[in-house]
Design a protein around this ligand. Structure first.
Ligand code: ADP
Ligand code: MG
Length: 767
């Protein structure tokens, strides 16, 4: 029989900052009124649950608001905006992430104040979750694009006219018009930034253009403004594209679906479909909601959620996910989550939260930028004044050099270099069913030395089968298995499920039980008819005499590599169930690929007996096997391996792995077959439980590190070359702008390579 899944969301327990921790969408609907959490609303909900519209002050309450900005293409400007928002009265904390363009604010001032500051700085702002991906088509309607195009046309006409030898007042007026249209946005943001005494790149470019005009270099001034505006537009477009690559997943779920209500079949918008509704899914249709199959069988392509493109068979009782594609069967599905709270929505908010975290290499970049910009601006001031004032040099050429230095004082490309790569890599991984919870783990994954695997459920299929049953005198098989199943009915351990399956297949009676307790790494206990029964390994039965015959069986089973589950009370052993399970198909291959990827040591850690461990290890060629471990023993082994070899990844699935997942440099949890505790503790989660993704993660980590390094080196080099060229007097203003925005664009494009990274290599590794 189906056991209805609890609707309560285990992830909500993680709630830390007043939001649900995942920033996920549906919590509002799923939680009682007073716990409602602000999300995706332009209005806000304070911690007491009162909601009020933007612009309406509520000074006694703290609000959390989440927004998504548009037009945020310059990382340095993002930092300035961040600073500005932080200084607004009534702001408690601000988190502005350039990579995702996400803005999180805790505030007591009206939300309208925040919106005003953002808009005045020249960016678009919308409530999180409402921004649609910008397509090429939408781009043509944007103000900045229209202005840039007009500016370019005017500049082109002026340049053409001057080439034809036409002179007179028409040229300066065309150039002026070009500067005004192309520079409007930059001037607006630049002047606004100046009000708070910060020199952002917008302002510096406007100063440079004005300076060029002042020394009579009209065409140069106009070119500078046009190129800057064009570069910004392109950066904006590419950044939005990489930001949206994950958000686009969201649009996969249909907007409407067929549901059965009171005997009628109606088509309802997904927002109105609630847990408990019966959803009808026709062949070939995309599934609209998360739920459990009620009737019907089919196979489902779950790649949007798990990244696994092989269809998965579904039968009554199985889980299905919104956004996945039904195969040839017809199914009725009991909805378990609202559309805002479904797995896909959680994946997306989890990924966006991850993308918003600072990666280690960003600290270097930020430290560098803090010194670099003031230094170059100071150099510009000296270059503009000293040579002509002190050394009697001509003013104009040195003044132009000073302007060039102003333009290249913005570390734009450098500041973009890390976040853009991290965002791309995390999105790319998410689309393959690998949730990486922050750039830091990605970078760590690139420099791993040791990979430690849990055995049961990780290297093995997690679907053991009971192969043999041994009973003590006075017990029938039915009675023994019934007791075992009663204890295990509350456990989520793979062995427990094997026992449940056996009892159901044979149609054995399962008695009622109470006072269930799980003993990680040992087994479980429960009360049946007032007696406490135990099911587990010999450690659970310590101090208890095992009848010689059963002891002999136990010994032989372990020798054969099987896992015995001993059943008994605290005074006697009543039988043994022997389980065996096979390795995952790609376990051996994964170990091989990890070695090829340069992992020095591969270790197996298991709570199972040494016999079962050795039998699994023999076909895998792992370097070390540790068997019979309790959770704390696993932790100890992980710690000592880390001191011995350096960075270690722990791959695990169960509750017993949680401590070692948390302690490892990188904790990798196996997906939906894994337990929630493991998923929460892990740094990386494999949605499809696909082992072959682990070498992929390592390669992705390495590519990310490489691309970040390339980006940093490239942007620093371009700056260095330009500074040298400027002093040599070889370059000019528009070339500086070209190099500046061009470098930023190249850095973005280089980072975006990670969106495609490793596709082919990955395919060959699963094939
Ligand atoms: P692994 O470390 O290989 O994933 P576990 O730590 O989950 O294995 O389990 C270790 C051992 O503890 C199992 O091999 C089994 O003997 C025993 N055990 C754990 N949970 C249960 C359970 N619910 N029922 C029976 N035995 C259990
Ligand atoms: Mg396990």
């Amino acid at each position: 029989m189906l056991r209805p899944e609890p609707l309560e969301d285990p992830q909500n327990k993680k709630n830390t900052s007043g939001t649900c921790g995942l920033g996920c969408c549906g919590c509002r609907a799923a939680l009682p009124e007073q716990q409602k959490i602000p999300y995706a609303t332009p209005s806000s909900v304070d911690t007491a649950g009162n909601s009020y519209e933007a612009g309406q002050a509520n000074p006694s309450h703290i609000e959390n608001s989440s927004y998504r900005l548009t037009g945020l293409s310059c990382a340095d400007c993002a930092a300035k905006l961040h600073h500005k928002l932080g200084e607004l009265p009534g702001i408690i904390s601000v988190q502005l992430n350039f990579g995702t363009a996400a803005l999180e604010v805790r505030h007591t001032c009206p939300a309208g104040d925040i919106v005003k500051v953002v808009k005045k700085s020249g960016y678009g702002i919308e409530a999180a979750g409402q921004v649609k991906p910008v397509g090429l088509k939408g781009l043509f309607y944007q103000q900045s694009v229209i202005l840039t195009a007009i500016s370019g046309l005017l500049l082109g006409t002026a340049l053409a006219l001057s080439l034809l030898g036409i002179e007179g007042p028409v040229l300066p007026s065309l150039y002026t018009a070009s500067i005004l249209t192309g520079g409007y946005k930059a001037a607006r943001s630049g002047l606004y930034a100046l009000k708070s005494f910060s020199l952002d790149i917008n302002f510096l470019v406007i100063v440079a253009a004005a300076g060029a005009v002042a020394i009579g270099e009209w065409s140069e001034g106009a070119t500078v403004v046009f190129l800057f505006s064009l570069g910004n537009m392109l950066q904006d477009y590419t950044m939005e594209k990489s930001r949206n690559s994950i958000r686009a997943l969201m649009s996969l779920a249909p907007k409407e679906a067929m549901v059965k209500r009171r005997g009628f079949t109606i088509s309802a918008p997904i927002d109105e479909i609630l847990p408990g509704d019966i959803l009808l899914v026709r062949p070939g249709e995309r599934i609209a909601m998360d739920g459990n199959v009620l009737s019907g069988c089919s196979e489902v392509d779950q790649s949007p959620v798990t990244g696994e493109s092989l269809p998965v068979a579904k039968e009554p009782g199985d889980k299905v996910y919104a956004g996945t594609v039904n195969g040839r069967g017809f199914m009725e599905i009991t909805v378990t989550r609202t559309s805002r709270d479904n797995t896909l929505a959680r994946i997306i908010s989890l990924v966006e939260e991850a993308q918003a975290q600072r990666a280690p290499s960003q600290h270097f970049v930020e430290a560098f930028a803090r010194i670099y910009t003031p230094l170059v601006i100071a150099a510009a001031a000296l270059t503009g004044s000293l040579p002509s004032l002190v050394f009697g040099q001509p003013f104009a050429p040195w003044f132009e050099r000073a302007l060039i230095l102003l333009v290249i004082s913005c570390p734009c490309a450098l500041v973009i270099s890390t976040p853009v790569s991290i965002v791309a890599a995390i999105s790319s991984a998410a689309r393959k069913g690998v949730l990486i919870k922050g750039g830091a783990y990605l970078e760590e994954a690139g420099s791993l030395k040791v990979v430690a695997f849990d055995k049961t459920g990780t290297l093995t299929t997690g679907r053991p089968e009971i192969k043999e049953i041994f009973t003590a005198p006075g017990y029938t098989r039915e009675k023994l298995v019934g007791i075992a199943a009663a204890i295990e009915s509350c456990s989520e351990h793979p062995l427990a499920q094997a026992i449940m399956r056996l009892a159901k297949e044979r149609g054995f009676d399962i008695p009622q039980c109470s006072a269930f307790r799980s003993h990680p790494g040992q087994g479980a206990t429960a009360e049946i008819g007032g007696v406490t029964y135990l099911a587990g390994n010999h450690r659970l039965f310590q101090g208890l005499e095992i009848p010689p015959l059963l002891a002999q069986n136990l010994y032989e089973l372990e020798e054969e590599g099987k896992t015995p589950v001993i059943i008994g009370t605290d005074s006697e052993v009543i039988g043994i169930l022997a389980a065996a399970e096979s390795l995952r198909d790609n376990a051996a291959n994964t170990v091989k690929e990890l070695r090829q990827a340069g992992i020095e040591r591969i270790v197996m850690l298991t709570g199972d007996n040494p016999g079962a461990a050795a039998s699994a290890a023999s076909s895998l060629s792992v370097d070390e096997v540790h068997a019979g471990l309790l959770p704390e023993d696993k932790l100890q082994v992980v710690n000592s391996l880390m001191t011995q070899y350096g960075k270690l990844a722990m791959v695990g699935d169960g509750i017993n792995d949680a401590p070692s997942l948390a302690a490892a440099t990188v904790g990798i949890a196996m997906g939906p077959t894994g337990t929630d505790t493991a998923l929460e503790t892990a740094d990386i989660a494999l949605m499809a439980g696909e082992l072959a993704r682990i070498p992929y993660i390592i390669r992705l980590g390495r590519s990310t590190i490489n691309i970040i390094r390339q980006n940093i080196a490239f942007s620093v080099l371009v700056k260095a070359i330009f500074i040298a060229l400027t002093f040599a007097g070889i370059t000019n203003l528009w070339m500086a702008v070209f190099a500046d925005t061009g470098a930023a664009l190249l850095v973005i494009l280089n980072g975006m390579r990670l969106l495609q990274a490793d596709q082919n290599k990955f395919r060959s590794s699963v094939a």
